[in-house]
Design a protein around this ligand. Structure first.
Ligand code: DOR
Ligand code: ZN
Length: 427
């Protein structure tokens, strides 16, 4: 099978290609990039006016499979990913059972190979059952192809144990993905500490809940000689600390999510669980700091923290609803609208943050359109505006704070290993 993508604007950070060219796919590989290609193909896709980019890579997704398949499955999560332009997603280990040993990682990888339309990499837990008491089978999970370990959903509060885990991760070549939350301080908080939380009568989560653990984890990873990746950074002080650590040469990377660079706590008008996620929406000053961090390179990656929950679970007060919002199917449009249209990022930098940099962090050869690489590609139309409607999601989750929001830029086609796995209908 040969697919020829004609007249698309190629954006490939690896080679710096930033111009209109045709891209030829042969079987599962990228065969050629050239102007005015005369190659014969089984299928020609006219990408005039569109960007052709390496498939997006999401370092932070909750697939809920096994254990919570009423919220999402590997299959539906992968379909949502394809619809969002993602060709590789990294799944967090807070499933049931928790992904804490070699066999469980292998189970998900085999299930994904059979059921998922995109590549799924399963991240391992740091402690057994994410209970914070004994280290998980870190070496075994590394051998089974886990790209990182993470206690996501919480932090490892036992610092001595975490240090030992970080050292093991470093010895196995695994990254440590850190969810930074001082649990005793977070208590039963559901909203960022703010006038709005007080107005709504909601228990609060302060900046320090995140920042204290950001500081600890940066210093701990330095001591362990581990590569630390900070998940869903949401505060101005965490951005400052990351910038400082990077300047000092520490081995550290960081990600931010679309909701944290788009919305602040002030966008929460009422008790609405679709605005409840962890970390929470912060102050407008924090949003500005995240945007600045994305612009100046302090934040390397845009991830989604796709966290599907059912309508029933979210159909109660913020006090009782679980934390989390879906993100796979809105991230590219939000990044384009909020960061590229505003001049914070160039289209090429958007590709770096949504594909190329993530690939580098997990040591993957993906995230490029270089000839001979696997044809994981997304075609993105920057001209189309539309209104986000959760009813159209492929995800089982409908829990988004972006319902009804107008955005610019839309995924048109997603290709995984030379196969079209998503294509937007054209009417
Ligand atoms: O909002 C969140 N949802 N934050 C997390 O850390 C976990 C996630 C989930 O698993 O639902
Ligand atoms: Zn998290």
């Amino acid at each position: 099978m040969r697919i020829l993508i004609k007249n698309g604007h190629i954006l490939d950070p690896a080679s710096g290609t930033d111009e209109v060219k045709d891209l030829l796919i042969e079987e599962d590989r990228i065969a050629k990039l050239e102007k005015n290609s005369k190659h014969k193909a089984d299928r020609v896709i006219d990408a005039t006016g569109c960007y052709v980019m390496p498939g997006l890579i999401d370092l932070h997704v909750h697939l809920r499979d096994p254990g919570f398949t009423h919220k999402e499955t590997i299959e539906t999560g992968a379909l949502a990913a394809a619809r969002g332009g993602y060709t590789t997603i990294c799944a967090m280990p807070n499933t049931n059972p928790v992904m804490d040993n070699r066999d469980r990682i292998g189970f998900v990888h085999r299930k994904a190979a059979a059921e998922a339309v995109v590549n799924v990499l399963q991240i391992g837990a740091i402690t057994e059952g994410q209970n914070g008491e004994y280290l998980a089978d870190i070496a075994g999970m590394a051998e089974e192809g886990a790209p990182a370990i993470s206690e996501d959903g919480k932090s490892v509060m036992n610092t001595k144990l975490y240090l030992k885990g970080m050292k093991q991760a470093a010895a196995c070549g695994l990254k440590v993905f850190a969810h930074c939350e001082e649990k005793t301080l977070a208590g039963n908080g559901v909203m960022h500490k703010s006038a709005r939380a007080k107005e709504l009568g909601m228990p609060e989560i302060s900046h320090a809940v995140e920042d204290i653990i950001t500081a600890r984890d940066i210093l701990l990873a330095k001591e362990a000689g581990a590569d630390l990746h900070l998940c869903h950074v949401s505060t101005a002080d965490s951005v400052k600390m990351i910038a400082l650590a990077k300047k000092a040469g520490y081995r550290i990377t960081a990600e931010a999510c679309p909701h944290h660079f788009t919305l602040s706590v002030e966008d929460i008008q009422k008790d609405d669980p679709n605005f409840k996620m962890n970390p929470p929406l912060r102050d407008p000053e924090d949003v500005e700091a995240i945007r600045q961090g994305i612009a100046d390179g302090t934040i390397d990656v845009i991830s989604t923290d796709h966290a599907p929950h059912t309508m029933q679970e979210k159909g109660v007060s913020m006090l009782g609803a679980p934390f989390g919002i879906v993100g796979l199917e809105t991230a590219a449009s939000l990044a384009y609208t909020e960061l590229v249209e505003t001049g914070i990022l160039t289209p090429m930098q958007m590709v770096e943050k949504m594909s190329y940099n993530g690939a580098k962090i997990i040591g993957s050869e993906k995230g490029t359109l270089a000839p001979d690489s696997v044809a994981d590609i997304v075609i993105f139309d920057p001209r189309e505006t539309y209104v986000i409607d959760a009813a159209e999601f492929a995800s089982k989750g409908r829990n988004t704070p972006f319902q009804g929001r107008r955005v610019k830029g839309r995924v048109r086609c997603t290709i995984v290993a030379g196969e079209v796995v998503y294509e937007k209908e054209t009417h």
